[in-house]
Design a protein around this ligand. Structure first.
Ligand code: MEV
Length: 438
């Protein structure tokens, strides 16, 4: 048994599974059945999913949940969330309801600029390179017109191209640093196509620039790629209310709750170990909506965490204060999202999620996603500073434990009732299941 193969991608789906099972699950009766069980009976739908990536063997389900009652700039939304973690949708819904009664979320898009770079090497006189670039800039923009003309018709396109000297960091290293407005598209393909066009002209025209020596004419393009760091594609989300309206539960006064909450945020502003977990909670909300709406959550994650470190230390993305008796909780984050292109017209559930949100523009989606993040952080901090996180978590986790033990619906009803007034722990649940079954 070699466990390696050439030409795997050329095999049919069934052949791929046969190879996989005979090499990696030789003693399993169920692996093949399981993989096939997740195929969709609708052949067209299955083919669509098969063709999203290479070497598809089956589908991998995530639950799609809804967090209703989000009031954002006086408009009501039911937000779709694709996520596996038990308590996230429940926490979002609870925070939505809490703020619904206190004026809802207020959001603004601060900026929508995307960035891409051509990284290249040039060994020679930097003054001559500057002259060359100044002469070339208009041509770079003009020659990209076949790529940019449709985007320009809609009001977007290339905003600027700069030559950046990075020779302090690496000998001979320069960049074309370009900025773009991509409107409702996330813009990755658009930006990368423009950049590759810039790179081609840069290299070609350098060969004919009279001021360059023969060595200077030999510009070496290293790569052309967009940046997922988008500190000028920013959205702000905020909630506020009078401190006395911040009633949480009877065990804690509104004032004490507000103060503890602000302390919790302050800790995440100075302590990276806490900040990472704090921001992870924000990303629970953000990723779930990003994924449900067919956007690239890895790009968002990378950009958001870089932004959290922009002052040289990893910090909280959210902030909170009390001023003149008013509690305010807010966040500014970079989000490069799209509501056209990519999966948005392709994946039936993504289409449904966008329809549910009222076919938002990318700007509107930025605001909805930011709210989901802020709501999630509010929910987490509210639990952490009052009851503790485990109470809610374990209640939600109860269902996972019950499913693990293949509890029947009758057993589930009885055990959920029992654990309304008893602490959920793995062993307590197991004990109760055993008791019931005895
Ligand atoms: C768990 O997924 C997220 C939390 O840890 C976030 C936080 O601690 O703020 C609850």
């Amino acid at each position: 048994m070699t466990k390696t193969i050439t030409g795997f991608s050329k095999l049919s789906k069934s052949e791929k599974i046969d190879w996989l099972v005979s090499n990696y699950f030789p003693n399993s009766q169920s692996a093949k059945t399981l993989l096939k069980q997740y195929w969709n009976a609708d052949k067209k739908l299955q083919q669509l999913h098969d063709e999203f990536i290479e070497n598809t063997i089956t589908n991998y389900y995530l639950p799609l949940g809804i967090a209703p009652n989000f009031l954002i700039n006086n408009k009501i939304y039911a937000i779709p969330m694709a996520i596996e973690e038990s308590s996230v949708v429940a926490a979002a819904s609870k925070a939505a309801k809490f703020w619904f009664d206190r004026g809802g979320f207020k959001t603004t898009v601060i900026s929508t600029q995307k960035i891409g770079q051509v990284h290249f090497m040039y060994h020679g006189d930097s003054g001559k390179l500057k002259t060359f670039f100044t002469n070339l800039k208009a041509k770079l923009i003009e020659e990209a017109k076949p790529i940019t003309k449709n985007m320009e018709k809609r009001g977007g396109g290339i905003l600027d191209i700069e030559l950046r000297d990075k020779t302090q960091d690496i000998n001979g290293y320069y960049q074309l640093h370009a900025t773009f407005e991509t409107l409702d598209a996330m813009g990755a393909n658009f930006i990368n196509s423009c950049l590759e066009q810039f790179a081609k002209i840069l290299k070609e025209d350098a060969q004919h620039f009279d001021l360059f020596s023969s060595e200077e004419k030999d510009i070496q393009i290293i790569m052309s790629i967009l940046s997922n760091y988008v500190p000028d594609c920013l959205v702000r989300a905020e909630v506020s209310c009078k401190v006395e309206e911040l009633t949480e539960n009877s065990n804690i006064s509104a004032q004490e709750f507000a103060e503890k909450f602000i302390q919790a945020v302050a800790i995440a502003e100075v302590e990276p170990f806490r900040a990472v977990t704090h921001n992870k909670g924000i990303m629970n909300g953000i990723d779930a909506v990003v994924l449900a709406t067919g956007n690239d959550f890895r790009a968002v994650e990378a950009g958001v965490h870089a932004y959290a470190s922009r002052h040289g230390k990893y910090r909280s993305l959210t902030h909170a204060k009390i001023e003149d008796g008013v509690f305010t909780f807010w966040m500014e984050i970079p989000l490069a999202l799209g509501t056209v292109g990519g999966l948005t017209k392709l994946h039936p559930l993504v289409k449904l999620a966008l329809e549910l949100l009222g076919e938002p523009s990318a700007r509107e989606l930025m605001q909805i996603v930011a709210v989901a993040g802020l709501a999630q952080n509010f929910g987490a901090l509210r639990s952490l500073t009052t009851t503790g996180i485990q109470e809610g978590h374990m209640k939600m986790h109860l269902m996972n434990i019950l499913n693990q033990f293949e509890a029947t619906s009758g057993e589930k009803i009885k055990l959920i009732e029992h654990f309304k007034n008893n602490t959920v722990t793995h062993s307590a649940v197991v004990e109760e299941i055993e008791k019931l079954r005895r």
